[in-house]
Design a protein around this ligand. Structure first.
Ligand SMILES: [Zn+2]
Length: 355
């Protein structure tokens, strides 16, 4: 089993500046941590260095007018919104991150690698003609359309485990039954982007193929994994995707500055091992993680490492949390069970496994 890690030094240009929670230094911090842990020395791990994506790659997902707008904002050093500045170097970093997803798509289908981790990826708040939430272009969707148009892939399952709901990705595939989008996130009543509720199940042909699993702030590992096993695992088994993509960085960690979920470093290891195991069983082992988020630099490298080591087939990691995890509120598991049951009821017309 060979793991590819898509990475380029220029990812560091995707840096929103002092005082902003998304800094470009995260990439070198993570790579140094990988190195220290011996991950990059593993004989089954190699680095894939991407070229920047071209406008035609972006156009498989984004409208021409939106792409032109972002290029124009870059030239003028103008922010897209309050949280999302744009400059020539941010654009250059972004295009390299998009290129990483494409490089991984090629590598997976030429059998250069069996599984992939795209650092910097998972920019899931960008839609076809909008950006925001630190995202300009959506690498997850760009990879889906690349695989469908260039590699003959039909069905894709996306598991979005970022602490924030994947509103951009959801919007892009909302009417599309070829993509099963499952987003597990902190209750959007308590966090950006404010959408991602269980009733949002898709439109037209795509009804039933957009699945939101919102979790209350404070949800810990045991409850989190129980919910995943009730929803993601059976759906992956019934849908039988040709490839599984999963996105999210360290922002569901309990020490994250923006998020309020309660995962530990070890949860990320368990999570990537679970995703790999499901892909092995249901999707011919084809699976890519896109890992970019995280707003506590103290835990980001360890969480990204845990995700990547799990994908590399490690059976043990020796990395600790900075402090004891928070204790899950006593009502939490009951509320999550109720959400899961309600979600199953809403989706039961579309999925036998949820009846
Ligand atoms: Zn996030």
């Amino acid at each position: 089993m060979h793991l590819g890690i898509a990475f380029h030094e220029k990812y560091g240009l995707y840096d929103f500046g002092p005082g902003h929670p998304f800094r470009g230094k995260r990439f070198e911090d993570a790579m140094r941590f990988f190195e220290e842990q011996g991950l990059l020395k593993s004989s089954n791990v190699s680095i894939l260095k991407p070229k920047p994506a071209e406008v035609e790659d972006l156009m498989r997902v984004h409208s021409r007018s939106y792409i032109d707008l972002i290029f124009e904002f870059a030239e003028k050093n103008r922010a897209y919104d309050l949280d999302t500045p744009v400059s020539p170097s941010i654009l250059e970093g972004s295009l390299h991150i998009m290129g990483g997803a494409l490089r991984m798509g090629e590598a997976l289908f030429s059998k250069e690698v069996d599984r992939g981790v795209c650092l910097g990826g998972g920019l899931h708040h960008a839609g076809a003609d909008f950006g925001g939430g630190f995202c300009l272009f959506n690498d997850v969707a760009i990879l889906v359309r690349f695989l469908q148009e260039k590699k003959g892939i039909k069905r894709v399952l996306i598991l979005d485990y970022d602490v924030h709901a994947g509103n951009g990705t959801s919007d892009i595939f909302y009417s599309d039954p070829s993509v099963l989008f499952i987003s597990v996130h902190q209750d959007p009543k308590t966090l950006f982007p404010g959408t991602g509720f269980i009733e949002q199940i898709g439109r037209g042909e795509g009804r039933g193929f957009n699945v939101n699993l919102p979790l209350p702030p404070g949800t810990g590992s045991t409850t989190y994994f129980h919910a995943l096993r009730e929803v993601f695992v059976p759906l992956a088994s019934e849908f039988k995707a040709d490839v599984i993509l999963a996105n999210g960085g360290s922002d569901p960690h309990f020490a994250d500055i923006l998020g309020g979920l309660g995962l530990t470093v070890h949860s990320f290891f368990d999570l990537s091992r679970l995703i790999a195991e499901v892909a092995q069983r249901e999707s011919q082992g084809r699976v890519v993680l896109l890992v970019g988020s995280g707003y506590n630099p103290q835990v980001l490298p360890a969480c990204w490492f845990a995700l990547t080591a799990g994908f590399a087939g490690w059976t043990h990691i020796d990395v600790a949390d900075p402090s004891e995890p928070l204790i899950e509120p006593p009502w939490c598991q009951k509320r999550v069970d109720a959400t899961v049951n309600e979600l199953k009821r809403i989706l039961s017309d579309y999925w036998e496994c949820l009846r």
